[in-house]
Design a protein around this ligand. Structure first.
Ligand SMILES: *[C@@H]1O[C@H](CO)[C@@H](O)[C@H](O)[C@H]1NC(C)=O
Ligand SMILES: *[C@@H]1O[C@H](CO)[C@@H](O)[C@H](O)[C@H]1NC(C)=O
Ligand SMILES: [Cu+2]
Length: 338
């Protein structure tokens, strides 16, 4: 009897650990949806690089910071254009909603230099930031909370960017554990696109991943993140300017350090004007790992403000609880089974 109970508790614990993290489930480019690879499963025909775990990347110097946990090149390079709308849809490890609500979404691009993106080694990539979204301007919380509520996040590719193959590195950072050094959860993703057109725009500066962040950046170590009036400072470089005069810069600046913090945006909380949030189409096809988990991850039943499913706790022990916090999930899941 007791060992059965222990087994059940163990199973729930495993399940909830998977649900507590997540991955980029699909990308839609100008309305065409491409399903992502399901982490740690057989690679599918997808432009999104396969990662082998939904666990967050930890540590700003982690080599997995470029494209995610043990990322493998993806099979497809899909068409896009300067000015294309790109919508990112995230999911929890169980296929339900993204489980976090505190921290930024940032998007970078990098030329797949000298090859097509399906063969490009992302550790050589020279990244430039094209979008960032943090706290909403009306102080109603984080844009990431909308992702947790099931919405996708859309950006517009730079309108004058040169034709060619690019990785789009779209990243969520979850900050509920970032009260201590190393607690921030990084969720990078890489999508392989081929930009058409005949522009020649290039970024004015590039950075490396790892390299662009430090574990003590004010946007990565955030002990005050739940304090009233907290103003988020984005890590990494400022959003690059794209211009035809920048071509040489983009090629030669391979080891450019992140811009000094004095040039970084300080309290700008808005998604850039080109970005928007929209509902994820519920009819999107694609893998749905377990049907039982879908309802479990839904945050809508929670009435508290700490509703991040991976522990958006305000106490100082939230890093540990991020990993071991099965209780609420067990309850939710049980009621789901009735
Ligand atoms: C990179 O990701 C793989 C797969 O999840 C993991 O085994 C490895 O430990 C990670 N590397 C670091 C430095 O964390
Ligand atoms: C690149 O352009 C951005 C946006 O105008 C600016 O904030 C940044 O300082 C520039 N970086 C360099 C290295 O010139
Ligand atoms: Cu998580």
């Amino acid at each position: 009897m007791e060992s059965q109970y222990t087994l059940i508790v163990l199973l729930f614990t495993l399940i909830t650990q998977v649900l507590a993290h997540g991955y980029l489930k699909s990308v839609a480019i100008d309305g065409t949806t491409y399903e992502g690879n399901v982490p740690d499963q057989t690679p599918s025909n997808s432009p999104i690089r396969l990662i082998d775990s939904v666990e967050p990347v930890k540590g700003a110097s982690n080599p997995n910071l470029s494209c995610g946990q043990d990322a493998q090149n993806a099979a497809l390079v899909v068409p896009a254009n300067p000015g294309s709308q790109v919508a990112f849809s995230w999911a929890s490890g169980g296929g339900g909603n993204w489980p976090h609500n505190t921290g930024p979404l940032m998007t970078y691009m990098a030329v797949c230099d000298g090859t097509t993106c399906d063969k490009f080694d992302a550790s050589n990539a020279r990244w430039f930031k094209i979008d960032e979204a943090g706290q909403k301007s009306d102080s109603s919380g984080w844009v990431q909370a909308d992702i947790m509520n099931g919405q996708s996040y859309s950006i517009t590719l730079p309108s004058d960017i040169a034709a060619g193959d690019y990785l789009i590195r779209h990243e969520i950072i979850a900050l509920q554990g970032a009260v201590s050094v190393g607690g921030a959860e990084f969720y990078p993703s890489c999508t392989q696109v081929r930009v058409g057109g005949n522009n020649d725009g290039a970024p004015n500066a590039t950075v490396s991943f790892p390299g662009a962040y430090s574990d003590t950046d004010p946007g990565i170590l955030t002990p005050n993140v739940y304090n009233p009036g907290f103003e988020y400072v984005f890590p990494g470089p400022p959003i690059a300017s794209i211009g035809s005069g920048n071509g040489n810069n983009a090629v030669s600046n391979s080891d450019a350090p992140p811009a000094p913090s004095s040039t970084a945006p300080t309290s700008s909380a808005l998604p850039s004007s080109s970005a928007s949030i929209s509902d994820v189409p519920t009819s999107a096809p694609g893998p749905s790992p377990t049907s039982a988990s879908t309802s479990v991850a839904s945050p809508s039943s929670s009435s508290t403000s700490n509703s991040g499913s991976c522990g958006d706790w305000k106490s100082n022990d939230n890093w540990a609880r991020d990993t071991y916090r099965p209780r609420r999930f067990v309850k939710t899941r049980r009621s789901g089974l009735h």
